[in-house]
Design a protein around this ligand. Structure first.
Ligand code: SF4
Ligand code: SF4
Length: 326
């Protein structure tokens, strides 16, 4: 059977390449507004087992030792200037060191704190997180996984966190457009928005690309996302576009730090075994000396785009609705 036709948005061609500034101290900065950001996988373990998880169960395990976490914290503390440190997993709250050691450790750095969580943690832990991150919290990206929770229980926890967290912190609900659950996702969107939260849908990813939705499924996707071209333009959904050919400051002003201490310039690069920045464990970690030209078919995570890493894609902090775990 041939693959069904997909009508996903085509992005405008890259703008002409801009002249890049000369390197001064450390990597050159983008000649446009951006927010340096690291996505730190603080553990591999997750208490859920979503059927669509892009991390295979065999890799979705493990907690780094306290010593390894301290090396990561030391490397993060040494980054030039104030960054946003977005913690991911697995599920960050599943690590007993998360609230007892990791978040307090980040408070000793100049960085802002964000988290991507499935929001399954008990309310008392969420309230403690709000307390610990007071004055430093940037974004909570709460993933709604309908295979493991129902919307009222999720919204109950989210409401508790919203009430306790910094008023200026952004809280966004993301959910994967799971092909056989699209009606459920649509109903969830309505409930989430009725509760006053932003809902950020994501196309489902498989291996190195996007799930090939059937035309019928794409109709349901449009019922949730709206017009796909408009969603691509407004970045109101994660459509995992391609930015191939554009200059990207990943590696220099954005990177991914894994639980084993290995750092990579971006998720796509790592999938292709490229963009390794060394290890915080053996002290070889170093930021890339400059930007790269993207050569990957999709940009799966919205963080580099929304933080201003990519040529022709302006920083949109208010759209920092990420969901790189799914
Ligand atoms: S998608 Fe997120 S919550 Fe679900 S199993 Fe994977 S890491 Fe856990
Ligand atoms: S995939 Fe995205 S983050 Fe990675 S180099 Fe390309 S544009 Fe940059």
């Amino acid at each position: 059977m041939s693959a069904p036709p997909r009508r996903l948005p085509v992005l405008e061609p890259p703008a002409p390449l801009l002249a890049l500034p000369a390197r001064v101290d450390g990597p050159p900065l983008p000649p446009w507004e951006h927010a340096p950001t690291v996505e730190w996988q603080i553990c591999g373990q997750c208490n859920y087992d979503c059927s669509y998880c892009i991390q295979s169960p065999k890799h979705r395990v493990g907690y780094p030792t306290r010593e390894r976490l301290d090396r990561a914290l030391a490397a993060l503390a040494a980054l030039p200037g104030a960054w946003e440190v977005k913690m991911t997993g697995g599920e960050p709250f599943s690590s007993r060191l998360f609230l007892d050691h990791i978040v307090p450790g980040l408070r000793d750095t100049p960085h802002r704190i964000s988290v991507l969580t499935n929001l399954s943690a008990p309310e008392r832990q969420l309230l403690r997180f709000a307390e610990l991150t007071r004055g430093r919290l940037a974004v909570v990206s709460a993933s709604l996984h309908l295979e493991f929770t129902d919307v009222p229980a999720f919204l109950q926890r989210l409401g508790a966190l919203r009430g306790a967290a910094d008023p200026a912190a952004r809280i966004v609900v993301n959910s994967v457009l799971v092909p056989d659950r699209l009606a459920e996702v649509r109903a969830a969107r309505d409930q989430v928005e009725a509760a006053g939260f932003r809902f950020f849908p994501q196309l489902m990813k498989v291996k190195r690309g996007l799930y090939p939705y059937t035309p019928e499924q794409l109709e349901l996707v449009r019922a949730i996302v709206g017009d796909l071209d408009a969603a691509a333009r407004l970045r109101s959904a994660n459509l995992a576009p391609s930015y191939a050919g554009r200059t990207c400051y990943t590696g220099a002003r954005y990177f991914v730090l894994l639980q084993d201490g290995e750092a990579w310039s971006c998720r796509s690069a790592r999938r292709y075994g490229e963009g390794r920045l060394g290890s915080v464990v053996d002290g070889t970690f170093a930021l890339a000396p400059g930007p790269v030209r993207c050569r990957y078919p999709i940009c799966p995570c919205t963080v580099p785009a929304n933080r201003g890493m990519i040529e022709g894609v302006p920083m949109r902090p208010s759209l920092a609705a990420d969901g790189a775990d799914a």
